[in-house]
Design a protein around this ligand. Structure first.
Ligand SMILES: [Fe+2]
Ligand SMILES: [Zn+2]
Length: 375
């Protein structure tokens, strides 16, 4: 069985010995040259000028030599290994859908929730990696045995990256109080929601650490928003489409700020994978839609909200002082049961970190010491 090269006008088609074929565009090959003239060797950023390429670029010669060895008409040479080519060859979006690190869950996860102790996180890079891997797979994780001290949550978050301040400050205290700035600072029940959907940069990982909990009620609730969105897509595809298409005006305002942005409730990528949920009816401004469309939108929103509130989809648990929950605020919605503030204290402290910092740290830990320029 031989490897075949078929040179066409704008690309070379490689048929590998296993029979699979990949087409590689000449512009793409030239742009991805990995020589020291084309990539800054230390920073590994492209030096080659993508925009200066002639759009009809074609090579003087192409041969296979453990990879594609290309001589361009200006004399420049490019060599790309077979391994690199096979790794970066085009895959249709439908193939990508299967390539997903996410593990869906429902109330059954209560029997064995993803959890770790702070001591294991601090035992070395393997502990940190296991923790971050759990958060990426499940969208949440409980950290046990964190000291029940003010600002300990910031120290937990900063094991990953610097905390991301919001209009609530570097951290916030969830405690029932008079004249609250938001509903979290009351004793009301909170249905599952995502935080700060009104912010452009709502892409974050949220930490909630329990400092004191003597009150009756107030159990925490988490629900896998992506699992609920998939259920909606299967049962009511039109409703799912409306929630991805129609931007909602989300708004938070207090004495100091008025932060408004338009985003849909559900965002997906080209492969149909879920990227983000924004769902917090308390912060939804009046819909600015034609009444017929508003009617369909409300039906879609209500259908989705009911899936999120289905007890069979939720995990409910009572935090103990020293427990810290971490969840992906773009995927996992959080809520709580109402509580009786006269029955005892309930004090949580929370903060956010940027999701890019979290995923970026995890991916770096997963490189296993490989030189980053090889990947
Ligand atoms: Fe919240
Ligand atoms: Zn080059």
């Amino acid at each position: 069985v031989y490897l075949l090269l078929d040179q066409r006008d704008d690309r070379v088609v490689v048929t590998w010995p296993d029979g699979h074929s990949d087409g590689f565009l000449y512009l793409w090959l030239r742009d991805n040259c990995r020589c020291a003239e084309c990539r800054e060797p230390a920073a590994w950023e492209r030096l080659h000028d993508t925009v200066a390429m002639p759009v009809g670029l074609s090579p003087a010669s192409v041969v296979f030599d453990g990879g594609l060895s290309i001589r361009w008409r200006d004399g420049h040479r490019t060599w790309l290994s077979e391994g690199w080519l096979r790794k970066h060859a085009f895959r249709p979006p439908s193939d990508l859908a299967a390539d997903c690190a996410e593990i869906s869950w429902d109330s059954g996860i209560a029997a064995a929730p993803p959890q770790i102790t702070l001591a294991e996180i601090d035992s070395g890079p393997a502990g940190l990696r296991r923790w971050l891997g759990l958060v990426r797979s499940y969208g949440f994780c409980l950290v046990r045995q964190v000291p029940a001290e003010v600002d300990a949550v910031i120290a937990v978050a900063e094991r990953i990256a610097a905390v991301q301040p919001s209009n609530f400050g570097r951290s916030f205290h969830v405690i029932s109080k008079p004249d609250p700035e938001n509903l979290a600072y009351t004793a009301h029940r909170l249905h599952p929601h995502t935080d700060i959907p009104n912010r452009y940069s709502a892409a974050n990982l949220q930490f909630l650490h329990c400092l004191q909990f003597g009150a009756q009620g107030g159990e925490s609730i988490l629900v896998d928003g992506f699992a609920a969105a998939r259920k909606l897509a299967a049962a009511h595809p039109d409703a799912h489409r409306l929630l991805t298409d129609i931007p909602v005006r989300w708004r938070y305002q207090d004495q100091a700020v008025d932060i408004v942005n338009h985003f849909p409730v559900i965002r997906t990528d080209r492969a149909g994978r879920h990227l983000e949920i924004r769902f917090h009816t308390g912060l939804m401004e009046p819909l600015d839609l034609d009444p017929d469309l508003a009617s369909s939108f409300y039906q879609a929103l209500i259908a989705f909200g009911r899936l999120l509130r289905d007890p069979a989809a939720q995990v409910a648990f009572r935090m103990m002082p020293g427990d810290c929950q971490i969840f992906d605020n773009q995927r996992v919605l959080h809520g709580r049961a109402s509580f009786d503030p006269s029955s005892g204290p309930r004090h949580l402290q929370g903060c956010y970190i940027d999701k890019d910092d979290f995923l970026g740290r995890l991916r770096a830990l997963e490189r296993d010491g490989n030189d980053f320029r090889r990947t």
